[in-house]
Design a protein around this ligand. Structure first.
Ligand SMILES: C[S@@+](CC[C@H](N)C(=O)[O-])C[C@H]1O[C@@H](n2cnc3c(N)ncnc32)[C@H](O)[C@@H]1O
Length: 355
């Protein structure tokens, strides 16, 4: 990591027990709507039974909907320890058919007791409403409690990244991972500020970014949105996770298994689309003279052509679903070949998130 140290201040403790309890209590009131649930159920058909892997358990919306069908088993994972309480509630209801692991989905294929033949593997990327509304997590612009933005099982902290990462590197992250054209200007402003005092919370950070963008008044969203996205992706290594997660899931699926992904921003969707296209029959056929069935490198026999989007009724109920894109692919019976080509395609993201 390219960190610089301007001062001796050590990381603040972002969560006292008391604060934690207050935040958790208020979260009881937050409602989470599983995005495009009906569309997903009609793709994966749990009414036929089988094993399913929910890689992003969150509040358990998908898992619970699947478990309502008899003869289904759900293996769920989430990197966030706070999801364990929702998982325990579901475990009580379905003790034999539900298991939960607190783990990152990049490690999916290393988990023990994973079923050999899952009917579908689901990814609903990004943050849950619980995480977004929890002021102690620092994902929202008005959080004055901490500078956190960590989803769980993290290698680096947001506090260190914001306060000590090299200015040039910070600018690159904001530009590429936030798709923010003013990355350099924002990084300069952050750097100037932190030389005087450390940045301690998300509200403080959002104000610095707003100041850096004050000449550009044409915003529908908060001017800090893209920078927050960039920092969050970097701290949680979200793109590396996605790439490794897709590879792990493809390894585990056998003929006829569904790989279903819901993404929320263009960087994620680009990766999913490329992965599916590269490993589908249509796009990865090395030559038009090689018959498709002899193309041993293809891994999917069918890929959704266009992303499926939420309908207006869903968007009215849950505004977050507005930017969701659902794509799916169906595995063929070719054995898994490690997709070096794919990893190479996204090497820049790996390197950027590695620091
Ligand atoms: C949008 S929420 C999922 C909501 C869920 N589908 C539901 O209906 O309640 C995304 C969840 O994925 C988790 N997550 C994100 N990246 C992850 C990763 N790399 N490994 C495991 N869990 C991850 C987050 O902690 C969050 O709880």
């Amino acid at each position: 990591m390219k960190f610089q140290h301007f001062y001796e201040d050590k990381k603040i403790k972002w969560r006292t027990k008391e604060k934690f309890m207050n935040a958790t209590m208020s979260l009881e009131k937050v409602k989470h709507y599983p995005v495009m649930l009906n569309q997903i159920l009609s793709i994966i058909s749990p009414q036929h039974g089988g094993s399913f892997i929910d890689c992003t358990f969150g509040g358990g919306g998908y898992s619970e909907a699947i478990l309502k069908f008899p003869k289904t088993n759900v293996f769920a994972l989430d990197r966030d320890s706070l999801t364990k309480k929702y998982a325990s509630a579901l475990k009580q209801k379905y003790p034999k058919r539900f298991s939960f692991f607190q783990e990152k989905f990049s490690n999916l294929d290393k988990l023990v007791n994973i079923p050999i033949n899952p009917r579908a593997i689901l990814f609903d990327l990004g943050l849950s409403s619980f995480q977004l509304s929890d002021k102690e997590r620092g994902f929202s612009f008005d959080s004055k409690n901490c500078l956190n933005m960590e989803m769980g099982i993290n290698e680096s902290s947001t506090y260190d990244v914001i306060n000590t990462l090299e200015k040039e590197y910070l600018g690159t992250i904001i530009k590429i991972l936030g798709e923010e054209k003013d990355g350099k200007i924002i990084a300069n402003k952050i750097d100037k500020y932190r030389r005087k005092k450390p940045i301690n919370n998300s509200h403080e950070l959002a104000s610095i970014i707003n100041e850096a963008k004050k000449n550009n008044k044409h915003y529908k969203r908060n001017p800090a949105t893209k920078t927050f996205q960039a920092i969050r992706i970097f701290v949680n290594k979200e793109l590396t996770e996605l790439i490794l997660g897709l590879i792990a899931a493809t390894k585990l699926l056998s003929n006829g298994g569904f790989l279903v992904v819901v993404s929320f921003h263009s960087l994620e969707d680009k990766i999913v689309k490329k992965f599916f296209n590269l490993y589908s029959n249509l796009k990865s056929n090395p030559s038009r003279y090689v018959p498709i069935k002899e193309n041993k490198y293809s891994l999917f026999k069918q890929v959704s052509k266009k992303p499926i989007m939420s309908d207006i009724n869903e968007i009215k109920k849950n505004i977050r679903s507005r930017s969701a894109k659902l794509r799916y692919a169906i595995r063929n019976d070719n054995s898994f070949v490690y997709p070096k080509e794919f990893k190479n395609k996204f090497i820049n993201y790996f390197q950027l998130e590695e620091g």
